[in-house]
Design a protein around this ligand. Structure first.
Ligand SMILES: Nc1nc2c(ncn2[C@@H]2O[C@H](COP(=O)(O)OP(=O)(O)OP(=O)(O)O)[C@@H](O)[C@H]2O)c(=O)[nH]1
Ligand SMILES: [Mg+2]
Length: 441
């Protein structure tokens, strides 16, 4: 892999102000010199100097552009890197890329620039992943968490756990090597509290729910009997006419989705078919879908028509949502209220009254998303695996088993932590992680 020089469009395809082609590898300078003619010879092709000039093919000018050469190791990949900043059109960019392929560059795989940065030791794995996390960030909170990891947040947390664990392991090795001097009881008395403390520290950082909300958004499903104003509410929350609204019961059948950002967190709404007994095939399927999405949601907005009496169908909804996080939304507050409704949040999907309060209430269900030391699900799963191995080691020691057994569990824990930082990785794992990146990153 070190022998190949990769090239790719680093900016999104399509029309734009500029299109940047990035080249990395041993041939980067040679390729840049072959396609780019600087306007001034002075200091041309000095490292980290932005040059003005033209891209040429066989003497014909393809574009007027800027270019820069960044010599190893002071580059994104730690290899020689060249960037060509073209006018942002698809045609010119693809012509220049074809030219580079013809000269021996190979197309970069998704995430390959960042993968090279990792393999060349410029960033550890958790920081490489933070690059992707930042690109994918959908709101302020996920961006903040990504920046923290990019600055080394997750990696520092894991490294300090690794240090502590290595310390514990050397104590265990000493006890194993000198059984006459250190009795097993003695070392157990010292080990158990340290293991417990480390286990707790790791577990405190394992908030899977928050991490999932940060990565994919808070899943909110809107349910209720027909005609209470679910689709109207979806449209109001999204600020656009996404779902069809009519005064006929049973308008919505398919699930209508839409996302927005509330208090820095991405929220994915699903509007569903009104739940009732129905003879209509399509409507019945819609109702089944509604019940299924309810089961998978982080939060249910149960919508009722405040202007009407509570019906059997409303009671069925209350029973359905009873066991999961929900907000009772009493819609149509612009109409004369029927006083018999339970406590809920009054809102009018027609006038927008109560909307801000509802948004705040929804955002509060995102909990501590982005506040914990680990924010990527992959990291959290590994930290939890490490904590479980520490627990197994503790139990083995408490049962009075030989220390060798505990040592095996401790090595398991160390291995899991190493998978976060990339000290322990397989090619398969790397491929899995970097293939989710975009080409050119
Ligand atoms: N007065 C008043 N009417 C509303 C309000 N919200 C919705 N409506 C009306 O209630 C009717 C039903 O609205 P929808 O949003 O289609 O209701 P739904 O719950 O999605 O209905 P289904 O898709 O059939 O289950 C429409 O005529 C809306 O204009 C409100 O806050 N006040
Ligand atoms: Mg509807």
């Amino acid at each position: 892999m070190e022998n190949t020089t990769i090239a790719a469009l680093a900016t999104p395809p399509g029309k734009g102000g500029i299109a940047i082609i990035r080249v990395s590898g041993g041939q980067a300078e040679e390729l840049l010199r072959a396609v780019f003619k600087p306007a001034s010879g002075k200091e041309a092709f000095s490292s980290h100097l932005l040059m003005y000039g033209h891209v040429e093919q066989g003497g014909a000018v393809l574009d007027e552009c800027m270019a820069v050469l960044m010599k190893a190791p002071r580059s994104y990949t730690r290899e020689d890197v060249a960037e060509i900043h073209l006018h942002g059109g698809e045609y010119v960019a693809s012509r220049v890329l074809s030219l580079l392929w013809a000269l021996g560059a190979v197309p970069a795989q998704p995430g390959e620039f960042t993968k090279r940065a990792f393999l060349n030791g410029r960033v550890d794995l958790s920081r490489a992943e933070a690059v992707m996390q930042l690109i994918e960030a959908s709101g302020e909170r996920s961006a903040r968490a990504a920046l923290r990891d990019l600055a080394g947040g997750a990696s520092q947390f894991i490294r300090s756990a690794q240090d502590e664990l290595t310390g514990i392991l050397s104590g265990v090795s000493a006890a194993l090597d000198y059984p006459e001097e250190i009795s097993q009881e003695e070392s157990a008395g010292d080990l158990l509290p340290r293991l417990q403390a480390l286990e707790n520290r790791l577990l405190r950082a394992c908030d899977e729910r928050s991490a999932r909300i940060l990565e994919r958004g808070l899943e909110v499903v809107i349910v209720g009997r027909p005609n209470v104003g679910k689709s109207s509410l979806l449209n109001l929350l999204l600020g656009e006419e996404r779902a069809i609204v009519t005064d006929e019961a049973g308008t919505t059948r398919d699930i209508v989705r839409g996302s927005t950002t509330l208090a820095g967190v991405r929220v994915n709404f699903s509007d569903t078919a009104g739940i009732r007994e129905s003879e209509q095939k399509a409507e019945r399927i819609g109702i089944d879908l509604a019940k299924k999405s309810l089961a998978g949601a982080d939060l249910a907005l149960a919508v009722f028509d405040r202007g009407e009496d509570m019906r059997e169908e409303d009671r069925a909804i209350l029973a359905l949502i009873d066991r999961q996080p929900h907000i009772l939304v009493l819609n149509k507050s612009d109409l004369a209220p029927n006083p018999a409704w339970p406590e809920g949040l009054s809102i009018s999907a027609r006038t927008g009254e109560g909307l801000e309060e509802l948004k705040r209430a929804i955002a509060s269900y995102a909990g501590q998303a982005g506040e914990s030391e680990l924010s990527l699900l992959r990291h959290i799963r590994l930290a939890r695996r490490a904590a479980e191995a520490l627990g197994a080691a503790r139990e083995a020691i408490s049962r009075g088993e030989p220390l060798d057994l505990a040592a095996i569990h401790l090595h398991e824990a160390l291995y899991a932590l190493g998978e976060v930082t990339g000290d322990q990785v397989t090619d398969g794992l790397l491929d899995r992680i970097f293939s989710s990146f975009c080409v050119g990153k």
